[in-house]
Design a protein around this ligand. Structure first.
Ligand code: NAP
Length: 249
């Protein structure tokens, strides 16, 4: 008789919609128990319902990732309730776009707190349970803005490029513990975040993309699902850009 391996537990932040919801569905389809995190309980419940309707397993945890104490407590709770934590996908993110000369301290700080410090705090809390399990996968959602910069996004590009240094440092510190850390950097993806862009900006973005279209959340989720898989154990400290070819050189 062979033992069935235990179900791996994954946390996905920003799982209430868009890319995060698609990642949660993809990980559930891989047989993971997915803990959905965002600020909106109702929307998380809807994604949980979708996963369960497809035969997957999910639970929800309402939490603001810019609240350091609440985020640490939430991750500790998941690890303690499930007695394990295997996969962490830091996907929650916001934009507060403004040109550099007009950008306020608040616009800068808000984006850094959510998109960068929140990721640091979540990774730090997740590492101990991953070390106990002698296995871990951290996937941080970056952006092409963090690779090449973007006018009007000094705050966002700073946070997203900060994720590269954070992720590579974690990859080096944790390699001996069988924990990998990677970044997925999307280009323009069809979600609420890009829906608000003026049509002219959308047209210019699509025109600057060799594949001539925006990506779909599921196309980012597929990259994350690979990096979260058992088979991706030799891939760490990498940035997987999924941008329709926009930033290829
Ligand atoms: P979205 O549709 O605006 O969704 C953002 C998600 O983040 C929502 O689930 C939101 O949930 C959650 N969130 C925001 N602030 C939060 C906070 N303080 N605490 C907890 N959850 C929070 O965005 P998206 O397009 O799916 O983007 C997902 C990730 O991909 C982001 O990191 C974004 O920077 C990155 N990205 C997106 C694109 C793109 O073109 N869409 C391109 C490159 C990178 P609640 O509102 O329910 O809290």
């Amino acid at each position: 008789m062979t033992d069935t391996p235990p179900t791996r537990v994954a946390i996905v932040t920003g799982a209430s919609r868009g890319i995060g919801a698609a990642i949660a569905v993809a990980l559930a389809n891989q047989g993971r128990h997915v803990v959905l995190v965002s600020r909106s309980q109702e929307k998380l419940d809807a994604v949980k319902g979708q996963i369960e309707a497809q035969g997957g397993a999910a639970s929800t945890l309402a939490c603001d990732v810019s609240d350091q104490a609440a985020l640490t407590e939430a991750i500790d709770k998941v690890a303690s309730d499930h007695k394990r934590l295997d996969i962490l996908v830091n996907n929650a993110g916001i934009t507060r776009d403004n040109l550099m000369l007009r950008m306020t301290d608040e616009e800068f700080d808000e984006v850094i707190l959510t998109n960068l410090r929140g990721v640091f705090v979540a990774c730090r809390a997740a590492l101990r349970p991953m070390m106990r399990g002698k296995w871990g996968r951290i996937i941080n959602i970056g952006s092409v803005s963090g690779l090449v910069g973007n006018a009007g996004q000094a705050n966002y590009a700073t946070a997203k490029s900060g994720l590269l240094g954070l992720t590579k440092s974690i990859a080096k510190e944790m390699a001996a513990k069988n924990i990998t850390a990677n970044v997925v950097a999307p280009g323009f993806i069809e979600t609420d975040m890009t829906d608000v862009l003026p049509q002219q900006v959308k047209d210019m973005a699509a025109a600057a993309t060799p594949l001539r279209r925006f990506g779909k959340p599921e196309e980012i989720a597929a990259a994350v699902a690979y990096l979260a898989s058992e088979q991706a154990g030799y891939t760490t400290g990498q940035v997987l850009t999924v941008d329709g070819g926009m930033t290829m050189c």
